[in-house]
Design a protein around this ligand. Structure first.
Ligand code: ZN
Length: 361
């Protein structure tokens, strides 16, 4: 699978693990659609690993795994519609990030990397710490000082070294880049493309469970979740299994909605689009790495972005909880957007519930 800088075409080096293009600072991405062929599905493999060939691992490679993927898909009612819920909250560490972490960590293990640094105090950090532990890779996770809560506890329990960095979130991001050296890889979930084929397996599972889904609605922080799903459906299109991908909707909290602003012509990284705090803290990202590519893919008629109000996120969380679905506020974004989406986008609608409520407090 060929990986190049999306800006200048610089090929991804085999002897180093840069998180951005060393020539121009651009983002690395897969050049061609991911490979998907139903003949290659390994039904004897657990979870997402039945799609191992689409993840780019050779036949003989034995992946480390924790049971990621094959999450349940259930149907509930809202405004006389049947709405699909893909329960990504039920992955091993409680979020969809496990699919990306599993793919990324196996790639690192295959490359023989034994020392890594990463910067996330949230689901991505907890997930990466788990898979690094499983693979025997050491992980230093840089987080803003004074970050507390269940996700930090998860990171520590998995045995990752927590490095506290004073100042805002961006200070931790800066410190981690300085810490990354030749023998220490910056295993960035946000920048590196290696997790995307893992997230793409969500699309294969949806397609195999219910052919003919009209729209997919997912929360967007960096955009890796929605972009990974787009890549999965792109692979299904390339393999001629579907004629056209479902309509894609990216949801952000109005308090921090830079991708929505970019979709409507705003500048990337504009601080004014992310001034307020939100209960959906998992998507509070000022400069979403994959937003530009998602917007390009959406074009005029393949999808759009929406922003939802704080009150609607709280209401969504309550509605889902009262149906027995326990998720974190970030995952409630998709449900919160339903009110303005139903009747305007193709049906049936499938929501991606990204993370568990058990980790939120
Ligand atoms: Zn470049």
């Amino acid at each position: 699978m060929r990986i190049e800088c999306v800006t200048c075409g610089y090929p991804y080096p085999e002897d180093r693990l840069p998180h951005l293009c060393p020539e121009c600072g651009g983002l690395f991405d897969f050049v061609d659609p991911l490979h998907f062929n139903t003949k290659d599905i390994q039904t004897d493999m657990p979870g997402m690993w039945k799609y191992k060939s689409s993840l780019g691992f050779a036949d003989g490679y034995q992946p480390v795994m924790l049971g990621e993927g094959a999450t349940p898909l259930i149907w509930v009612n809202k405004l006389d519609r049947k709405i699909g819920l893909k329960l990504e909250s039920q992955n091993p560490t409680g979020s969809y990030k496990d699919r990306g972490s599993a793919a990324l960590v196996n790639y690192l293990a295959w490359r023989g990397i034994t020392k890594t640094v990463e910067d996330s105090s949230g689901n991505a950090g907890a997930s990466f710490a788990a898979y690094a532990a499983r693979a025997g890779i050491s992980a230093h996770i840089y987080i803003p000082a004074n970050t507390r809560g269940p996700k930090r506890e998860q990171i520590a329990m998995f045995g990752a070294h927590i490095v506290e960095v004073a100042g805002p979130r961006s200070a931790a991001a800066k410190a981690v880049i300085e810490a990354a050296r030749d023998e220490v890889a910056y295993a960035s979930h946000a920048y590196l493309p290696f997790g995307l084929p893992g997230i793409a397996t969500i699309a294969y599972e949806i397609w195999q469970t219910c052919e003919g889904v009209g729209s997919i609605v997912a929360p967007v922080g960096h955009g890796g979740l929605l972009y990974g799903i787009i890549k999965g459906f792109e692979a299904l299109e390339a393999g001629k299994y579907i004629q056209r991908s479902p309509y894609m909707v990216g949801v952000q909290a109005q308090a921090c909605s830079p991708a929505v602003a970019m979709y409507y012509g705003g500048e990337p990284g504009a601080e004014e689009s992310c001034l307020q705090t939100t209960v959906a803290d998992g998507v509070r990202i000022v400069n979403p790495t994959r937003a530009r590519k998602i917007i390009e893919w959406m074009g005029r008629d393949r999808g759009h972005f929406v922003a939802v109000k704080e009150a609607d996120i709280h209401k969504a969380l309550s509605e889902l909880s009262h149906m027995g679905v326990y998720i974190e506020p970030t995952a409630a974004l998709a449900w919160a957007a339903l009110g303005e989406l139903i009747g305007k986008i193709p049906e049936p609608i499938m929501l991606i519930l990204s993370g568990s409520g058990l980790k939120y407090h």
